[in-house]
Design a protein around this ligand. Structure first.
Ligand code: DGT
Ligand code: CA
Ligand code: CA
Ligand code: ZN
Length: 578
């Protein structure tokens, strides 16, 4: 039985909906598939368990028909009705919609008018100028599509950490449960928690390599075996991601874990240090060059210790100074999920969020948070329901009531996400801004503005005495939208001068500031705040990706606004110091 997870089923339903739209089916029909996809993604239980219990129709938005489709997918991998649709529109057309800037409508035009059925076809048609003159495809649109293709191609080679890590954990867990397996874990860029990863590297400690490899080839998540030997097997998984599984001799687990965690740059630097000591490092251990004697290989710490180095957390192994520090026997103190005491960026149904203030508060209480900042969108972002001053007064009244409950829940803070306009101004008069507990300000439009203008907007916003935090500074969406062109150095310098905090937005597609910017910021003495920007209570769990990125940026708890007690937090805000 193919092992489909919720995300795979949801993607299949979305693809089918898109195909129906391109095939010219009516809106009611194709939307029902997108609604179902959304519901499956939001469903907390494993879809397979729900199906086995015969409870698929309990998922909101899933009727008998779509339940039958899901059952068929789960049991046989067949999508009923697919053949009939693909007889009219080739399935490859769906790929077109993955290109940023291309929706089903445009894809339909391309297919109907020019028989373009894949991204390769599209690229060729653009190169030959065949899109020119096509209704709805101006010069600017064609340019955007060409850029979109490039961006799509780069991302499709890399996987978001948040997509790869759960799969890697699952693989490691299944392997760990096998007889004869001593240990199994993921390594490579996933263990270093890089924002995107090229593939999934898994290591297994076992004496009998061939029998482990045989099991790997037959795992439920495996769709294809790319290559398989006695100690290494490369496979494709149900989520379309490649995984490399290596079997390691248990006695030398540490050396292999160290080697395959990387980064390659970190390992190269380490080998130079070894060489200077007449030693040699490989995935099999640390050896004396003259005698060939093996000195260490059992644990990672042993491997580093023979080289006179402290054990560095995987997140900083990028050869950006950690090797030198390790030689001094020092390790940077890095923030952990447990250090975080609250979240200062959350939305509610009052704007574009999907949970109520009460639901967000309840989730924050479950997480043991001391405080929760409500920061819905401000008035200028009316397209997503930005709040008027009157509506904010109403929200404040409700916050006061909840804070008076005395039920041990987190303290709700009155925040806001202001919109930075073209001149660097923000919403509402100053007297009103003064009444919030804190203000975040973010860029939400003008992504193609030149560096000078975009930078100027941020600098002006930071000079505002009521703007405490800049939200998701560069606005990038990994693989979907390029960042604003900004003078990051100038922004960090002004943040330091004005005491503005730069958010680390923890959404797995944002991770903004990124690791490099975070290091620049901390060197300049600029503080950060790790926020999820949750649009739904369950998204508070995105914190994990933000903390991982903070660690890659060498951030310590002392530098993080929401790792402080409420009193200290308040003292870091501009309004407290004024
Ligand atoms: P990725 O997959 O592109 O996100 O990045 P990594 O770091 O996971 O790279 P990958 O999968 O090619 O190799 C996993 C680790 O194995 C890598 O971090 C370091 C180690 N490694 C692999 N090949 C080499 C090599 O030729 N030289 C060195 N020094 N290390 C290597
Ligand atoms: Ca890798
Ligand atoms: Ca690999
Ligand atoms: Zn937000």
């Amino acid at each position: 039985m193919p092992a489909y997870d919720n995300a795979t089923i949801a993607n299949a339903l979305d693809d089918f909906g898109d195909l129906l739209e391109i095939a010219g089916e009516d809106r009611y029909r194709f939307l029902s598939y997108h609604k179902a996809a959304h519901a499956v993604r939001a469903w907390d239980e494993d879809i397979m368990s729900t199906a086995l219990a015969g409870r698929l129709t309990e998922i909101p938005g899933i009727g008998a028909k779509i339940a039958a489709i899901i059952e068929s997918l789960l049991s046989s991998g067949v999508f009923p009705g697919m053949d009939e649709v693909t007889a009219r529109v080739p399935a490859s057309v769906v790929e077109l919609i993955r290109v940023p800037g291309l929706g089903p409508k445009k894809a339909k035009t391309l297919f109907d008018e020019l028989a373009i059925a894949s991204i390769d076809d599209l690229e060729e048609a653009i190169a030959e100028g065949r899109l020119e003159g096509l209704a709805g495809f101006g010069t600017k649109t064609i340019e955007n599509i060409a850029e979109g293709i490039e961006r799509y191609r780069t991302l499709s080679e890399r996987i978001l950490l948040a997509d790869a890590l759960p799969l890697a954990e699952k693989l490691a867990e299944e392997l760990r449960a096998l007889p004869g397996v001593v240990e199994a874990t993921y390594a490579g860029s996933i263990r270093r928690m890089k924002e995107t990863v090229g593939d999934i590297d898994v290591l297994v400690a076992a004496d009998d390599g061939p029998s482990v490899m045989a099991v790997v080839r037959d795992l439920p998540v495996v769709t294809d075996v790319i290559g398989s030997g006695e100690t290494k097997t490369s496979v494709m998984t149900t989520s379309g991601r490649q995984a490399d599984v290596r079997v390691i001799e248990p006695a030398c687990w540490g050396a292999a874990l160290q080697y395959f965690t990387g980064s390659a740059e970190h390992n190269v630097h380490m080998r130079e240090i070894a060489k200077a000591h007449g030693l040699k490092v490989s995935e099999y251990g640390v050896f004396r060059v003259d005698t060939g004697e093996r000195l260490a290989c059992a644990t990672e710490a042993d491997v580093y210790a023979v080289l006179g180095m402290a054990l560095m957390p995987p997140e900083v192994r990028e050869d950006t100074g950690e090797v030198e520090l390790a030689l001094e026997g020092r390790v940077p103190e890095l923030v952990t999920v447990d250090d975080i005491r609250g979240d200062l960026h959350s939305h509610t149904i009052a704007t574009d969020g999907r949970s109520t203030l009460e639901q967000n508060r309840a989730r924050a209480a479950e997480l043991g948070y001391e405080y929760l900042g409500c920061s819905d969108h401000a008035y200028e972002l009316r397209m997503v329901g930005g709040l008027s001053m009157g509506e904010i007064e109403e929200q404040w009244a409700r916050i006061d009531e909840l804070n008076a409950l005395g039920d041990g829940g987190p303290v709700l803070l009155k925040g806001i996400e202001l919109n930075i306009d073209d001149e660097g101004g923000v919403d509402y008069p100053d007297e009103f801004l003064a009444r919030f507990d804190y203000c975040i300000a973010s860029l939400h439009h003008g992504f193609d503005q030149p560096r000078g203008q975009a930078t100027h907007r941020v600098l002006r916003a930071m000079e505002n005495p009521y703007v405490d935090i800049i939200g998701h500074l560069t606005g990038r969406l990994l693989g979907r939208r390029d960042p604003f062109d900004l003078d990051i150095e100038a922004i960090i310098a002004t943040a330091a001068e004005t005491g503005t905090i730069l958010e680390l937005n923890a959404h797995p597609e944002r991770l903004d500031l990124n690791d490099v910017h975070l290091r620049m910021a901390r060197k300049a003495g600029v503080r950060t705040c790790i926020n999820t920007d949750a649009h739904e209570a369950r998204q508070f769990s995105h914190l994990r990706w933000g903390v991982a990125t903070a660690r890659r940026g060498w951030i310590s708890p002392a530098e993080v606004l929401n790792a402080q007690s409420l009193d200290v937090l308040r003292s870091w805000l501009k309004r407290a110091r004024a």
